[in-house]
Write a protein that binds this ligand. Structure first.
Ligand code: RET
Length: 244
C-alpha cells in the first residue's frame, strides 16, 4: 500500500505533467509546417503519457509488490511503462529538430528501448546479483543512447543553422545530465542499495521526470529553431524535412 506522502508527490507530479501537456498542446495549435507540427505533437505527447502514469501511481494502480529474496519490494511499474514510450519520443524530438535520417533515429530508439526493457528486468529480478547484472546491461545501452545524442545526432546538428545548433546544444546538455540521474537514483534507491528512503526516491524521480519532459519541451518550443522549422522550403538545412 502506497503511503500518503508518496501518493501526494504522485498527485502533484500528475498535476504538473497535465499542465505541461496542456500548455504544449495549446502552443501547438498554430504550429505551421510538418516538422514544427511534429515537434509540438511529440512535446505534448510526452507529459500526456506521464500524466497517465502519475495518475495511476497516485491512485495506487501503477504500483505492485514484487517478491525479492528476503522480503518484498514496492515497484512503481507505471514509471517504466511511461519511460518505454516517452524516452523514444524525446529521442524522436531530437531527431526531428536536427532533421536526422531515419536509420539514426531508429538506432537511438532501439538502444533506448533495450535500456528500458533491461531496466525492467533489473527491477523485477528477485536475486540481488541479477538485479545489478541487469542494471549493468541497461547502463551499457544507456551509453549507446548517449553516443547517439552526443555524437551521431550532434554531428548532424553541427551542420545546421545557428538557432538549431544552439538549441540542440542546450537540449543535449539537459539530456546528458538528467538522464544520467536515473540509473544513479535507481542504484541508491529502494531498487538498489537502499540508501535513499521511498518518499525521497519518489521525489527525486518526479523532479528528474519534470525536467526531462516539461523542461525539455519548454527549451525546445521556446527556441527559434522550432519557429524556423515552420519554413519547410528545404533550401537551408536547418529547415529541411528529413524525418516526418
Ligand atoms: C534504469 C535502471 C537500470 C539502468 C538504467 C536506467 C535508466 C533509465 C533512464 C530513464 C530515463 C527516463 C526519462 C524519462 C523522462 O521522460 C531503468 C533506471 C540505465 C535513462 C528521460
Amino acid at each position: 500500500m502506497v503511503d500518503l506522502p508518496v501518493r501526494s508527490v504522485f498527485a502533484v507530479g500528475a498535476a504538473l505533467m497535465g499542465l505541461g501537456a496542456l500548455y504544449f498542446a495549446v502552443r501547438g495549435l498554430d504550429a505551421e509546417g510538418p516538422r514544427s507540427r511534429g515537434l509540438h505533437v511529440v512535446t505534448a505527447l510526452v507529459p500526456t503519457i506521464a500524466f497517465g502514469s502519475y495518475l495511476a501511481m497516485a491512485l495506487g494502480v501503477g504500483v505492485a509488490e514484487v517478491p525479492v529474496r528476503g522480503g518484498t519490494l514496492e515497484v512503481h511499474w507505471a514509471r517504466y511503462a511511461d519511460w518505454l514510450f516517452t524516452t523514444p519520443l524525446l529521442l524522436i524530438a531530437l531527431g526531428l529538430l536536427v532533421g536526422a535520417d531515419t536509420e539514426t533515429v531508429f538506432g537511438a530508439v532501439a538502444a533506448d528501448a533495450f535500456m528500458i526493457v533491461t531496466g525492467i528486468a533489473a527491477t523485477l529480478s528477485g536475486v540481488r546479483l541479477y538485479r545489478y547484472a541487469w542494471w549493468g546491461v541497461s547502463t551499457v545501452a544507456f551509453l549507446l543512447v548517449l553516443y547517439y545524442v552526443f555524437v551521431a545526432l550532434g554531428r548532424r546538428a553541427r551542420e545546421l543553422g545557428e538557432a538549431t545548433r544552439e538549441t540542440y546544444g542546450v537540449l543535449r546538455g539537459l539530456v546528458g545530465v538528467t538522464w544520467a540521474g536515473y540509473p544513479v537514483w535507481w542504484l541508491v534507491g529502494t531498487a538498489g542499495v537502499g540508501l535513499v528512503p521511498p518518499p525521497m526516491e519518489v521525489l527525486g524521480f518526479t523532479f528528474l521526470d519534470l525536467v526531462a519532459k516539461v523542461g525539455f519541451g519548454t527549451v525546445l518550443l521556446r527556441s527559434r529553431a522550432v519557429a524556423d522549422a515552420t519554413d519547410a522550403s528545404g533550401s537551408d538545412p536547418s529547415s529541411g524535412v528529413s524525418v516526418d
